[in-house]
Design a protein. Structure first.
Ligand SMILES: NC(=O)c1ccc[n+]([C@@H]2O[C@H](COP(=O)([O-])OP(=O)(O)OC[C@H]3O[C@@H](n4cnc5c(N)ncnc54)[C@H](O)[C@@H]3O)[C@@H](O)[C@H]2O)c1
Length: 321
């Protein structure tokens, strides 16, 4: 059996390849050739464990992810976990993969694919609200999806935004990365806006004039009582693109707008449907919104890619079982 840690994951596969594989995952989803139950949320107070299995034709796997919000104040990662990959014919365990890194990379790749298809081709400026682990990876992938020249960062903890600005500045030579003092400044200077926070209340102002004409990518809310997006954003978009229909039962950024009639069910379109339909070009000045909650299918297609590339490149630690 193989163990693949953080560094192995990044060494095994490149960013464009990871995004292309997520695009393929939407085609697998559309074909129906997979087996994936709704993920199991087990809650204990504020802490959550997610169990996420998925069978593909070629492999199967399970991600177990812990989300412990209190870890933030202990300077420990909020999200931790492992992915177990198994042989599809015999069930034999093949690999264990770092679940925190795989999650950050797959969520970044899902966001990047969202940007590829729903953000203006000419977008050069990016804003990130929530300078955490996901935020870092979202920006890296967004900068592969569009030739971003400027990144604006905002976090409710100022030091986190400054620290991420320094880290991204190193990771993205040639891109100007700066922490800004407020979300309004971020919106004024950003054509693509990513929210990656565990917020319970909207992190963007409820102000149509400021929100209009941008591409939004919201990844934070995965529970009914979590929301990042304000009501007026929904009045600006024709459609809300979602990475998986499971989000309709999970995220406050979909449940509340439907309950309040800010948006109709017909306006919510899964990305698998979108990629298979007649896609229209983004109109100049159009506001678009992509909401992601993630699903095991994404984790397992990427885990398979990383596992097979790692075998080819002789990466990882062999474990005798
Ligand atoms: N869509 C997906 O597939 C997916 C995958 C992984 C994680 N997530 C979710 O994304 C969110 C972020 O995860 P993470 O691992 O980056 O967490 P993290 O703790 O590393 O980062 C979150 C950041 O958001 C900041 N923040 C919190 N409230 C804020 C607010 N109101 N305004 C501005 N900044 C605020 C925090 O200070 C922190 O820096 C979580 O809710 C997580 O569950 C979604």
């Amino acid at each position: 059996m193989l163990y693949l840690g953080e560094k192995d994951i990044l060494e095994a596969a490149g960013f464009d390849e990871l995004m292309d594989t997520i695009e393929d995952a939407y085609f697998v989803e559309h074909s129906g050739e997979y087996e994936m139950p709704p993920r199991v949320h087990v809650n204990n107070g504020d802490n959550t464990v997610l169990y996420m299995p998925c069978f593909l034709n070629s492999i199967f796997g399970t991600k177990i992810l812990t989300l412990f919000p209190g870890n933030a104040s202990k300077h420990k990662p909020v999200i931790q976990g492992l992915v177990l990959l198994n042989d599809v014919e015999t069930g034999r365990p093949l690999a264990i993969i770092d679940g925190a890194k795989l999650t950050a990379v797959r969520t970044g790749a899902v966001g990047g694919v969202g940007i590829r298809h729903t953000a203006s081709i000419s977008a050069r400026t990016l804003g990130l609200v929530g300078a955490g682990v996901q935020g870092f990876h979202q920006v890296l992938f967004a900068c592969r999806a569009r030739p971003v020249a400027r990144v604006n960062l905002f976090d409710s903890i100022t030091e986190k935004a400054s620290a991420l600005a320094a880290k991204l500045g190193q990771a993205l030579p040639g891109v100007s990365v700066e922490a800004v003092n407020d979300v309004n400044t971020l919106l004024e200077g950003s054509e693509i806006v990513i929210t990656a926070t565990p917020a319970a209340k909207p992190v963007l102002p409820d102000d149509k004039a400021l929100l209009k004409g941008k591409h939004y990518l919201a990844i934070g809310s995965y529970k009914p009582d979590m929301r990042e997006l304000p009501a007026s954003l929904y009045a600006l978009v024709d459609k809300v693109f979602i990475d998986t229909g499971h989000g309709l039962g999970e995220s406050g950024d979909l449940i509340t707008p439907l309950q309040q009639n800010w948006i109709s069910r017909e306006q919510i379109v899964t990305f698998a449907e979108h990629l298979h339909g007649a896609q229209t070009a983004i109109r100049p000045g159009e506001t678009t919104l992509f909401k992601s909650v993630g699903m095991a299918l994404f984790d397992i297609v990427l885990a398979e890619l990383i596992y097979r590339k790692a075998l080819q490149k002789n990466i990882g630690q062999k474990i005798r079982v």
